[in-house]
Structure formats: structure tokens, C-alpha cells
Design a binder for this molecule. Structure first.
Ligand code: 13P
Length: 250
């Protein structure tokens, strides 16, 4: 059996953060340097406007983008290539976040192309999956997550180029979370599929839980089998809360 993967606690700042917000990253950096995240790897995904400056102050905190275009370069106004993110110091990029899937009608095929672009640029792709409330109520969670996993993740995944984030859409920004039993069921299913497809690597690819992770529920959620860390939205905007979550691994 491969050893347990190093946990990853990633913060997704979404469309939040002005120059002054770098002070929170500095506080996170200092907390991590003091050992407050323990064994966990810590990554912050600020808005793209802050990536270069974030990279200057990040310490051992990794920096990630929140999206990338599949193409290397070209006539795609407003978009950013994975190479541009890497050029600024990013080592991760989130692809297929449910807000991108919803706001920009992103399909699994497009998400897969984005993950491939991330790999082309040497970035690790954090591929997001998750069901809506209606899908859960209809008993479609496993089927939906299975399809997203199959179609959004390219062939050739390794422990270093891929992270999966299971983020039930109805748990994002709502303060609601699935039961630990439900989290365990979905994560065990994702693990089984990763192993079936990627063999030994699949056993060690990190599978994060995301959706209303807060300091008061992080320990319970992170203790669920096959949960290898968290993708944190709102609670990553304040260093105090984010460090309290990462502190589960200290
Ligand atoms: O979408 C998320 C992270 O990508 C989760 O957001 P919240 O932690 O704000 O629910």
C-alpha cells in the first residue's frame, strides 16, 4: 500500500482580493512558517491580478490560478493561458469549478482540455466535481460525479499533476455540508475510480473536500477516510480562519 498522501489545504479566493488582501497571504505564510499547518501543503489561489505579487511574498505557500484557457496563446480576449499563470509563479490551477461550469457553461470536455493545458504548462490541475441539490435529491450524485471524473480528467494523471476536489454545489457558500457518511461515500467512490483508471497513482492522488469548510467543522471533515485535505472558499479570505482549518494537520 502506498503511504497516505501529504494533505493539501487550498484556499480559493474567487473574485475577492485587492492589493491590500496580500496582507492576509503574508499572515498565512507566517503561520505556515511557524508550523501552524503541520504536515499539510498550503496553496492559495488568488484572483489572477494578484498572482505575480502573491508569488513575491508567498514563502512556502504555493500559488494557484482559478481557471485557464485550453490554448497556448491567441485571440481569446480576457482569457489567460496556463503558461501565463506558470510564468507568474503559479504551480496549481483550479479547473472545472462549479461556478465556472455554471456561469460560463463549461462542459466536462472543456474542463478536460483545461486540465491538459495545465499539464502542458507544468501546473498541477485541481479538477472540481460535485452535484447540485436537485441531483442529490434525485439520487444521481454517484452517477454524476463518476461521469464528471471520467470526462473531466485526462489520461495520464499522476500524484503530482492532479488533485481532485469534491465540492457539492449546494454546500458552496451556504454553510451547509453533507454528512460525514455522505462525504465518505463519494470520496470512497472517487478513490475506487482513480485506482481503477490510474493504478498505484490513483491510490495516492489527493481528493479534497470543498463546500463550507470552516474552523468548526474542518477536523470532522478532514478525518473522513479518503479526504486528503480541503478546498476552502470564504474561510480562506481571513488568515485566522484559514490557519485554523489547516491547523487540523498540525
Ligand atoms: O467553492 C469553494 C472552494 O472552491 C467552497 O467555497 P466555500 O468554502 O465558501 O463554501
Amino acid at each position: 500500500m502506498p503511504s497516505r498522501p501529504r494533505p493539501l489545504v487550498a484556499g480559493n479566493w474567487k473574485m475577492n482580493g485587492l492589493l491590500a488582501s496580500l496582507a492576509e497571504l503574508v499572515a498565512i505564510r507566517d503561520g505556515v512558517a511557524e508550523g501552524r499547518a503541520g504536515e499539510a501543503e498550503v496553496v492559495i489561489c488568488p484572483p489572477a491580478t494578484l498572482i505575480a505579487l502573491a508569488n513575491d511574498v508567498r514563502g512556502t505557500v504555493g500559488i494557484g490560478g482559478q481557471d485557464c484557457h485550453p490554448a497556448l496563446a491567441g485571440a481569446h480576449t480576457g482569457d489567460l493561458s496556463a503558461e501565463m499563470l506558470a510564468d507568474l509563479g503559479a504551480t496549481y490551477v483550479i479547473v472545472g469549478h462549479s461556478e465556472r461550469r455554471a456561469d460560463h457553461s463549461e462542459s466536462d470536455t472543456l474542463v478536460r482540455a483545461k486540465a491538459q493545458a495545465a499539464w502542458r504548462a507544468g501546473l498541477s490541475a485541481i479538477v472540481c466535481l460535485g452535484e447540485t441539490r436537485e441531483q442529490r435529491d434525485a439520487g444521481l450524485t454517484i452517477e454524476l460525479v463518476g461521469r464528471q471524473l471520467q470526462d473531466s480528467v485526462p489520461d495520464g494523471a499522476t500524484t503530482t499533476n492532479l488533485v481532485i476536489a469534491y465540492e457539492p454545489v449546494w454546500a458552496i457558500g451556504t454553510g451547509l455540508t453533507p454528512t460525514t457518511r455522505d462525504v465518505a461515500e463519494v470520496h470512497a467512490f472517487i478513490r475506487e475510480k482513480l485506482v481503477a483508471r490510474f493504478g498505484e497513482a490513483g491510490a495516492a492522488i489527493r481528493v479534497l473536500y470543498g463546500g463550507s469548510v470552516k474552523p468548526d467543522n474542518a477536523a470532522e471533515l478532514m478525518a473522513v477516510p479518503n479526504v486528503d485535505g480541503a478546498l476552502v472558499g470564504g474561510a480562506s479570505l481571513e488568515a485566522k480562519d484559514f490557519l485554523a482549518i489547516a491547523g487540523v494537520y498540525a
